[in-house]
Design a protein around this ligand. Sequence first.
Ligand SMILES: [Ca+2]
Length: 386
Amino acid sequence: MTLSSLGTNGSYGGVLYSSYGSSVLLDDILVDGLSCASSSCYGMVVYSNYGGEVVARDVELTGVKTTSTYEYSSVGALLAYVQYGTLDVDGLEVHDSDLTGNFWGVVYAEGSDLTMRNVDVHDNTFASHYSFSGALVNSYSYGNEQTFENLAFRNNDITFDYSYGQVYGGIGYIEGYGNSDVTVRNVDFSNNSFSGVPLYVYGAGFYTGDGSTRIENVVMANNGFADGVYMAGGFLYGYSGEIQVTNVDMSYNDFDFQSTDGGFAHGDWRADMAFTNTNVSTNSFGDVVNGPVVYAAYGLDEPDSGIFSWDHGNVFQSGDGPLFADGYGESLGLTTLEVDPGHADQDTLELASGSALIDAGDPEILDVDGSVSDIGAYGGPSGGSW
Ligand SMILES: [Ca+2]
């Protein structure tokens, strides 16, 4: 079905509003030219609350336009706003859309179980007023189970037009309370541009809080962040909880910041972070960089500090000084391989056949071909599935 040239003046459920246990199936839908002029363009396709179930299969959004210029106006949940329900997406493409307003996710969810597979958001412009949080998902979880697989956010242009801009999780803002269980796997976050006003970034890739979060097989490449004042975590800002990061490759990104705490990851209050098979290479983080790889805000010996590990990781041309630092300027004492990763391709971050990162990962993790895992985005059991 094609829905074209729909317009709304605000919007909880621009196309569908579902409530109290009803189910919605979107199957093979093209939404072309949806527009919204309001202080809140929210749930532009579906709004669902209180036990609703939303299933989306093969949905394409193109030519979506929001036009609000009010400083506090919000745009988000382009596909679905879900409260206390479930959302299951398999096949979603958002492209060539022009979105003005504070952006809070293609999907916005509170207290909901989420599954999102095969989502591709590319070639859009976002004119955010001051806030951009979680391009693909912006979720407040209360003990929910959430799985995200095969996601892409690429070739998008994000500008900010008020006095300062804030990014909280460029690709995902996933804040949990209680025992939330989140898996993120096979993500391409590349060739995006963030600029416009003095910029503050808390997790350019992901912002996570509380619960248990696993992030595996991510390419973060060739993104540009201009006009930056302060950044905490180029890939990840972990507020609290347990975060396992495996086979992530963050390379060739240009962060132009006056000050950065944690070029790759920033661990805040009681965030336990375990990094395995991770490559961080050829990034620039700006003028003053504390912990070009990991920054632990509270150090390791404080009551509120987290636990950090860096196993079978590699760092190359991504800053000087203690690569792993705490908030007191001390080294965390972690060690790393430091070699040229030998990428075959600077966009996909695939490894050349002679790369030193091949079979250099954790020997207890195997690649799909049965060999010892590689360091980088294509190692491990999920490394061949995208
Ligand atoms: Ca291998």
